[in-house]
Ligand binder design. Structure first.
Ligand code: MLT
Length: 411
């Protein structure tokens, strides 16, 4: 019998969102008459149709595949140059941020990228993780063998947790100790917090002083409406020497079901081998990508590239504004019944403190049972998420309005 990767056995029962799905399915099976009325504001999955420019571009790309002259087989592993150029130009250079097309690696999504990146790092790094956090960062480190065992509160031995609390506005403070890899995510999943330039600069300064690498998840960047909030870690001088940025079309273009994202690794970014020699991180990622990935599909990349046209930018803005409108409604509904809320302004997630005496999962059950609304229990994002829940603004306007009425009825 083959030996398995025993680190998988350290994982807690199920990934958060399937676990929520299981509980909701069990409730629906037990109450079939209520099932059609359940509104899901748990997983942040988009609900609205793709921007028309992306649909048109993908239709044309399908047609390309029907003719020998325009047919595309395997594409470049790093992504087509026309997409990488469009990303570099519109997402970075036009905002005064230096990123070159050959520093961009197109992929099938940021979830995979944030997990896969661990392939190129050693197992003896000290790893800092905000708490609460997108569970993928933790679980992929567990799978890679970078942690010890799980503790009763769900945290793992061997990770450095950075508490995110109302006291620090859910922006983690710089740790006192040295760490090698630090995960940051802004606008934040799950809390909806954003970091100011000064806060990001502190992290960049820390990383430069400690020779660390920031793994900066910018999947929700498109939701930043406040011009004072940096859209990229590379807005901070020095970040090119110490940060990898992950981006996604999932929320920006409604691509959760289409699948496309990208990683930015500046040429200056270096790691160290066992002998202490500097090694280019980008060249390792390129090597890894060439071996394990054959590129996102041509059709999908054509759809993604269309988002960077002037029309695409306009349609994307409308989509984001729609979800931000939902977020504003959810925020004010929660506030009107006296709940404390964060996020939902430059982010599609509203982070809410449970009413006194309620823990996250019990309040999740109460909302499901009493008003048929699915949220995400904060405890599922880490020990410091206990006592909170997350509402996703990804839904139709009519569902969001109904959720607001139900919240007011519940409390
Ligand atoms: C979430 O709900 O946290 C996200 O949709 C999950 C993801 O992007 O993988």
């Amino acid at each position: 019998m083959a030996n398995i990767n025993h680190h998988f056995l350290k994982l807690q029962s199920g990934y958060l969102f399937p676990e929520i799905g299981r509980r909701v399915a069990a409730f629906a099976a037990a109450h079939p008459e209520k099932a059609p009325h359940i509104i899901r504001c748990g997983i942040g999955d988009v609900t609205e149709p793709l921007p028309q420019v992306a649909i048109d571009a993908m239709h044309r790309a399908v047609d390309d595949q029907s003719r020998r002259e325009t047919f595309h087989g395997y594409g470049p592993e790093q992504g087509y140059a026309w997409l990488r150029e469009a990303i570099a130009e519109v997402s970075y250079r036009q905002r005064g941020i230096e990123v070159e097309a050959d520093e961009i690696f197109v992929s099938d999504g940021a979830k995979c990228d944030t997990g896969n990146i661990l392939d190129i790092f050693a197992h003896n790094n000290s790893i800092a993780i905000p708490d609460p956090v997108y569970p993928v960062y933790v679980d992929t480190n567990v799978m890679a063998g970078n942690t010890g065992c799980v503790r009763p509160d769900g945290s793992y031995e061997g990770l450095v947790y950075l508490p995110c609390t109302p006291e620090n506005d859910f922006v983690p403070r710089i740790p006192a100790q040295h760490t090698d890899l630090i995960y940051l995510c802004f606008p934040n999943n799950p809390t909806g917090a954003v970091a100011t330039y000064e806060q990001l600069k502190e992290w960049v300064d820390y990383a430069l002083a400690n020779d660390s690498i920031l793994l900066y998840d910018g999947a929700y960047e498109a939701f930043i409406t406040d011009e004072g909030i940096p859209s990229s870690i590379y807005a901070v001088p020095g970040a090119r020497q110490c940060a990898i940025e992950f981006r996604s079309f999932s929320k920006q273009g409604g691509f959760t079901g289409v699948r496309c994202g990208y990683v930015v690794i500046p040429k200056e970014l270096m790691g160290r081998d066992a002998a202490g020699n500097q090694v280019s991180v980008s060249s390792l990622w390129k090597r890894r990508t060439g071996t394990k990935f054959n590129g996102a599909s041509y059709i999908v990349q054509r759809g993604a590239a269309a988002l960077f046209t002037a029309e695409g930018q306009e349609q994307t803005r409308a989509l984001i504004d729609y979800y931000l409108g939902n977020a504003a409604l959810l925020r004010s509904a929660c506030m009107s019944v006296g709940l404390r809320v964060w996020g939902g302004v430059n982010a599609p997630y509203i982070w809410v403190q449970t009413p006194a005496g309620w823990n996250s999962w019990d309040f999740f059950d109460k909302m499901l049972r009493e008003v048929l609304v699915v949220v995400t229990p904060g405890a599922g994002f880490g020990a410091h998420g206990e006592g909170f829940f997350r509402i996703s603004a990804f839904n139709s306007r009519s569902n969001v309005e109904e959720v607001c009425r139900r919240i007011k009825r519940l409390l």
